[in-house]
Design a protein around this ligand. Structure first.
Ligand code: TYM
Length: 347
């Protein structure tokens, strides 16, 4: 079983990222071959600062390692170090419907949010995401609920490729998403109608993985709730429902277990219990982070090693894809390498 997922190098990863995705990455190391990619090329599709991007990439690498990704047991790498991702993006564009990209929720939301330029990269974002996964012929993709639409597109792209170029074979594996049944969509604590997010959320409503315990307690204790008094999930109780979801995910139990445990509790006591559980949940990652983050060279070396291993898998898929698509020589393995050709010209 090969498991692949990607995460943006925004650095300030929050509780939603942790519960919805990072926790599943960690546990997937027990279930199969995990491949995890920090997607710097996705990050350049909106306005950004180049120097900051590099720093945030190391921040994200250190968070993932601190959370428990083990480079001995999985592959952890930076997207831009493996050029097969961008090549496959272009090749997959030929089996991707333009109208579908224009209708994607994320494209619509993010293009409205751009002040200066809506880049072509923003439109092609989901094709790069499809290439990320399909290059590894991954079986499963652990993600939060907000990635469902991207996963569906990716599956359709793989199917269309196989129909058009596969001659009846599954050249590209059609991956399954793994969206957790609890915690797939953690909401903003101050505005529980919106998902917790680095870009669109409120500062007080977003718990960051690296927040100090006191800060976490403050944010959870001031979480918006309704005027009722019952700890119960309901559509008109979005704030309380979100806190139930958080506690259930952190403890690894169903929502109903939390509801019955706190059936007689007041909101204040319930919030305090959620705060304590979240502090304890994030503590190990926060404690390990500083030491890991202090050593850029060690982080870089882990990413480079990961890229070598990832590149070996992706290049074999690309050889197959190019051949099937009629791109490049039929017997690519015996064709002269580009560097060889350059030597002849130069010398
Ligand atoms: P990103 O970096 O925005 O988010 C990383 C992961 O966190 C999940 N997530 C959440 N889960 C629960 N509640 C929330 N409030 C919440 N917010 C975020 C996301 O679902 C995601 O799993 N496009 C992707 C990155 C990507 C990728 C890929 C993912 C690039 N290539 C290939 C999977 C496979 C993204 O922006 O994630």
């Amino acid at each position: 079983m090969r498991i692949f997922s990607g995460i943006q190098p925004t650095g300030r990863k929050h509780l939603g990222n942790y519960i919805g995705a990072i926790a599943q990455y960690i546990s997937s190391q027990e279930r199969g071959e995990g491949i995890f990619c920090i997607v710097d090329l996705h990050a350049i599709t909106v306005a950004y600062d180049p120097a900051e991007l590099r720093e945030r990439l190391y921040d994200t690498t250190a968070i993932l390692l601190a959370a428990g990704l083990d480079p001995e047991r999985c592959i952890l790498f930076r997207q831009s170090d493996v050029p097969e991702h961008t090549e496959l993006t272009w090749l997959l564009c030929s089996v991707t419907e333009l109208g579908r990209l224009q209708r994607m929720h994320q494209f619509r939301d993010k293009s409205i949010a751009q002040r200066e330029l809506v880049s072509a990269g923003l439109l092609l974002y989901p094709v790069l995401q499809a290439a990320d996964v399909l290059a590894y012929r991954a079986d499963e993709v652990p993600v939060g609920e907000d990635q469902r639409e991207h996963l569906e597109l990716m599956r359709d792209v793989a199917r269309r490729f196989n129909t058009r170029f596969g001659g009846g074979e599954e050249v590209l594996v059609v991956p399954e998403h793994r969206i957790p049944s609890v915690g797939a969509r953690i909401m903003d604590l101050q505005d529980p109608a919106r998902k917790m997010s680095t870009t669109g959320g409120s500062a007080q409503g977003t718990v960051y993985v690296l927040d100090e315990p006191r800060e976490i307690e403050k944010k959870l204790k001031s979480a918006v709730t309704d005027s009722g008094s019952e700890v119960r999930s309901a559509p008109d109780k979005q704030g309380i429902s979100n806190l139930i979801e958080i506690l259930a995910a952190v403890r690894g139990v169903e929502r109903t277990v939390i509801e019955s445990e706190f059936s007689d509790a007041r909101y204040g006591d319930f919030k305090a219990a959620v705060a304590a559980a979240v502090v304890a949940y994030l503590a190990p990652a926060r404690e390990r982070y500083e030491e890991l983050r202090a050593d850029d060279a060690a982080l870089e070396s882990i990413l480079q090693q990961g890229a070598l291993r990832a590149g070996a898998i992706a290049s074999s898929t690309l050889l197959d894809v190019r051949t099937r698509m009629g791109v490049g020589p039929l017997d690519a393995a015996s064709a002269p390498s580009t560097s060889g050709a350059a030597d002849t010209v130069n010398g």
